[in-house]
Design a protein around this ligand. Structure first.
Ligand SMILES: [Zn+2]
Length: 88
């Protein structure tokens, strides 16, 4: 199941297209939490639905297959304190 990491809205199993659409919709409405999650975890560049869905798929696959690596890289990101860029 694809779940929005920000607001926990649920989408069908592996339905990253709908999740991507949701994230883009929320971001274009100026929802700061959704924007900063995308910026921090996926990309700082404005992206289309298909491209974002692909990124999300890779992100979740990586998270499942390499949880330890993900925790480390997430920790490093937080430690470095990258501030989100408002691009949407
Ligand atoms: Zn959401």
């Amino acid at each position: 199941m694809a779940i929005c990491p920000v607001c926990s809205m649920r989408f069908g199993t592996g339905n990253y297209g709908n999740l991507a659409e949701h994230l883009i919709d929320m971001a274009s409405e100026g929802d700061f939490l959704h924007i900063s999650w995308i910026n921090k975890n996926i990309t700082k560049n404005k992206t289309g639905k298909e491209n974002l869905a692909l990124h999300l798929q890779n992100y979740y696959n990586f998270k499942e297959n390499g949880l330890k690596m993900w925790i480390i890289s997430d920790f490093i990101k937080q430690f470095r304190g990258e501030s989100p860029t408002h691009l949407y």
